[in-house]
Write a protein that binds this ligand. Structure first.
Ligand code: NAP
Length: 283
């Protein structure tokens, strides 16, 4: 079969499916890129984030407009992924609007900030916030989605955004690493539990991406004698030295893998944590 036909089949196969993507308000974030890549394949997408648009961030209405410009349907769903009542309300809103759920992408992540310090200086609140959003949020949304997918009895896909820092410890990232290692363990357990329902559960482990998040990281980690912009540049140059394929990851690299894992072509892949890092981590 020619490649073009295979591509069309892939697009048709996702057409009409419904996805819920958390943490999708960032204009150059991973969640937004995944939502748009799925919409391009015909998926109807509920995009979540914590709060309405802020200064300098177009927010979810812009994401919904972009989804609709691609010919699909979008829905903005505000709420905290780590609050069980809000999660229940958000999944009910999505179900009322689209009538079903086929794909969950757990992408929301706690902002980088007070947690990016050595463990001996790490305060409990900063540690807890990271676990709350990254781990508890992934758990609550996965539980809500899995219950609905089991009821529908037509299979499904759960995709968790972990990190290369979920496979290898990084100094001053202890809280973040702990949360991303936890997501990988959660992914494996849930994959085993849901396999009988034809629901696959996988994690994507991106390497460093030049998204808005890297600005927060630079601001949190910079030494006193460097501005955030100078330290951001240093971080990028240091990362580039370690990447065999010679560039940082782009959000589109992550979105392409998420679309593949959502597709029928990935139906026999579950419980995996796949690095998208240009060859830094080799299995
Ligand atoms: P991002 O644009 O900051 O995405 C994270 C989003 O999650 C933000 O829009 C944030 O909203 C939202 N969020 C935070 N707490 C939430 C909550 N309780 N409920 C709902 N939404 C919440 O950053 P990104 O770089 O695209 O990161 C996306 C994911 O990829 C994260 O899980 C991150 O750990 C992972 N990752 C990123 C990189 C990278 O280099 N960028 C590398 C590896 C893995 P607010 O901005 O309003 O807080």
């Amino acid at each position: 079969m020619p490649d073009g036909n295979r591509k069309d089949k892939n697009i048709n196969e996702l057409s009409g499916k419904v996805a819920f993507v958390t943490g999708a308000a960032g204009s150059n974030g991973i969640g937004r890129a995944i939502a748009l890549r799925l919409a391009q394949a015909g998926v109807q997408v509920a995009v979540n984030d914590l709060r309405p648009a802020q200064a300098g961030r177009p927010g979810l209405p812009a994401a919904v407009a972009e989804i609709e410009a691609l010919g699909s349907r979008g829905l903005a769903v505000y709420g905290d992924v780590a609050d069980s009542a809000q999660v229940a309300a958000m999944f009910a809103q999505t179900s009322d609007h689209f009538g079903r759920l086929d794909i969950l992408v757990n992408n929301a992540g706690a902002p980088a900030g007070a947690d990016r310090v050595p463990v001996v200086e790490l305060c409990e609140d900063a540690f807890d916030l990271v676990q709350r959003v990254n781990v508890r949020g992934t758990f609550l949304c996965s539980r809500a989605a899995a219950r609905q997918m089991i009821d529908q009895a037509e299979g499904g896909r759960i995709i968790n955004i972990a990190s290369t820092a979920g496979k290898q410890g990084v100094a001053r990232y202890a809280a973040y690493c702990a949360s991303k290692f936890a997501i990988r363990g959660f992914t494996q357990s849930l994959a085993l539990e849901l396999a009988a329902h034809n629901i696959t559960v996988n994690a994507i482990c991106p390497g460093l991406i030049a998204s808005e998040r890297i600005d927060d990281m630079a601001a949190a980690l910079r030494p006193a004698d460097l501005s955030a912009a100078e330290y951001r540049q240093q971080m990028i140059e240091a990362a580039l030295q370690t990447i065999p394929l010679g560039r940082l990851a782009e959000t589109g690299d992550i979105a392409n893998l998420a679309a593949f894992l959502s597709s029928e072509q990935a139906s026999f892949i579950t419980g995996k944590s796949i690095s998208v890092d240009g060859g830094v981590q080799l299995d």
